[in-house]
Each structure stands twice: as structure tokens, then as C-alpha cells.
Design a protein around this ligand. Sequence first.
Ligand code: HEM
Length: 412
Amino acid sequence: MTSTPGAAGCPAHTSGGLLPLSATTMTREPEKVLQRLRQDWGSVAQVELEPGVPAWLVIGYREILTVARRENLYSRDARNWRLFQDGTVPPDSALGPMMFYRPNVIGADGAEHRRLRRPLDDGVAAIDQRRMRRAVEALCTRLVSRFVERGHAELVGEYATVIPSLALADLFGFDAGESDELVSSLRALFGSAEDALEGNRRFERLLRRVVQDRATAPADDLTTRLLQHPDLRDEEEVVQSMAILLSVSQEATSDWISQSLRVMLTDSRFVGRMRGGRLGVDDALDEVLWRTPPVSNVPARYALADTELAGRMIKKGDALILGVAGANQDPAVLGDGSAQEQGNRAHLAWSAGPHACPARTPARLIAHTAVKTVLHMLPDIRLTIPAEEIPLHFSPWMYGPKSLPVSFTPRS
Ligand code: HEM
């Protein structure tokens, strides 16, 4: 059976409507929604990004590998998106931040992508893991100390969302004042619409100042390593590389921490661990990457020619979203689900191909330390609402709780 975005054809949506992409993330049971989508469509489903804006959601494991690896057929450059070229998607669309072209590592293909990517890979490879672990432990301890006497906290807002940017600020060599400035500018940037522009200006001003400082006084930090990298042409490219690292890491890592804490606090296989039970923090981190990956739907690839994928006719200029949450439960590859056993990390939560996340090791270090520290410092921590009432944040791309209210015995 073949069809193209815009055409009807899904047996489950005979009323003409396609499933909105957000239906796969704004649900407490994403696995059920994705299973249904697979029954209706197979490995490549048609969904709607916005009313009137269809796209392909790739939920086959092998098909995601094909799309992510064949960049000469599936480009990362959104200027190839037909619905943007023909004005169906307006320039002020809410899809912009996740999908529109920007001249950076994310929007580039081929040689230009490798040029912008090498400094990130080399920078990550040069991280001193022991030093970073100590710094993240100190950071997490400091954050828990702020609410330890209170007896209650909200772990998403007060903890998980603050950790990724502060951990990276330390790698970049920011001092305490610069780190505070970073948190407040990012809060404005990701917060209310009125503050967002000013937040972005403050964020970029801060990065430029640090880059200029290191240009005259090099130090043993990631900023200096990026500045000295032969593939980055000028200070502006260093600033943009830092901005990408900070912005991409923020929500994904925060969701990974929050979801793993949720698992540790609510799933009976894990709850026992805090009192000597069976499964530990690394198992919870892996469970989340398999079942509810933080970036559940990875945006986007654009077909450079008419082609066929799992029986679907993909037209030149169509957008394809990598539905990694769906692919992680693909029975064609993963059989009965036993692949999700302890220790198996063959999931696609980091995506695949040349754009796959370059920061798995530091991201795991941050998330592991964050989860472990809070459980260690607050041994009798418990959720104050039933697990099924934990609110989710709204995003068609990301999956995670909006808040995690907890209580514990106050300590001085
Ligand atoms: C320290 C934290 C992190 C940093 C610095 C980081 C950095 C990055 C960067 C720079 C990219 C763009 C790579 C490129 O286009 O070549 C990227 C992509 C990505 N990252 Fe991460 N990331 C972090 C944490 C995470 C986490 C926790 C997840 C989820 C488990 C994640 C999943 C992804 C995915 C799915 C992509 C998209 C790959 C694609 O387009 O195919 N990242 N990350």
C-alpha cells in the first residue's frame, strides 16, 4: 500500500484526520498509541505536525537506521522541506524552533556537518571524567541542600531543569556569577514570550564575553578547546557551538533525570532498591531510554528525491520524523520485548548516523549523578501525588514530567 503526505489512507482515520504527532507523547501510555499506529500503518506512518501539515513518522527500527544513515537521500537541511518552500508552513509557525533551518551542526549535511561536528566530538572526548563527576556531585549536593530543611520539593523545577546547564557551565569554565547569569538568561529564553528575546540576547552576550576572555587568557576548559580547534573558523562559530551544546542538552537531560527519578520512586522493581532491592540507577536510566526516550520523536529529515520506504512512496521534499520511541518497541527487530532486558543498550534514544548525539557519556554521567545524589541525600523521599497524576509537559517531540512533587524528612 502506498500513500503520500496530504493523501488520506489510514484505515484508523477514515474521518480524514491524521493522528497529531503530539498524540504519541501527550499520553501516559505512549506504547499503546504507537502500537496502534504500527497496526494501522506498519513501520512508516503518516501523522500531522500541525493542522494541514502532514509528515511521515518512521517507527521501524531498520527504517530509522536507513533514514538516519543515508544523508545523501534524507537531508537534515530544512530548506529542502516542500511544505516550507510552498508556504504551507509559515515562517512564524510554532514548528520553527525544532524544524527550521539554522546554519549550525544540526542543519548541515556531509562535509559541512563533519567540520562543525569534529570540534564537538573532540571536545567531549577530552573531558576529564573524574573531574566532571566531582563537579556534578558538588552541584547536585548544593541544589538538594537548598530544600533539604524544607521537607518537600518539586524535583523538575528545583532540580532536574537546573542541572544540565550548570554542569555544562562548569565544563565551559564559567565562574559562579556567569553560571547564575546563564541560568537566569536560559530561564527567560525558555520561559514567557515577552522575556524570550531579551533572554536570548543576554545568553549570547554571556557566551561572547567568555569566548573573548579565553581568546586572551586560555584555560583548561571546553571553551578554550573549541577556540583552539582548527575546524572552527572564528569566535562566532565557537559561540554558536557552545549555544548548541547548551540548548540541545537542556531539555533532553532534564527529562532523562526526571523520568528516571519517577521510575525510581514509583516502579516496584526499583523502589525496593533504595532499601537494598534488585534494580539500580543505571537500570532506571536504561529503562527510560527504551520505554520513554527523552527525545521521543527526533526532528527531521527531508527527502531529496522520490523514494520508497517500507512500502510507502516518499516524495521529494517530504519531512520524515524519526520516531525513536516507536522504533524501540519494533517487534520486527526486538521480538517479544526481551531486548529491553538489563544491560542491553541497542535502543535508538540517541538516534543514529552522523547526527547521533555526541554527548552520551557526559549526559549519562550527569543524569546518573543527579538521580543518585537525590536518593542518597533524601533516603525516605516519596511522591506526594499518585504516579498516574504526574503531569506531563506539552511537546510533540519530548517526553517527560512537568513536575514531581516530593516530600521527605526535613534535615538540617
Ligand atoms: C550533556 C548533555 C547533552 C549534550 C551536550 C548533547 C548534545 C547534542 C548535540 C550537539 C547534538 C547535535 C548533533 C548533530 O547534529 O550532529 C545532539 C543531538 C541529539 N541528542 Fe544530544 N546532547 C545531550 C544529551 C542528550 C540526551 C539526554 C538525549 C536523550 C537521551 C539526547 C539525544 C539526542 C538526539 C536524539 C539527538 C538528535 C540526533 C539526530 O538528529 O539524529 N541528547 N545532542
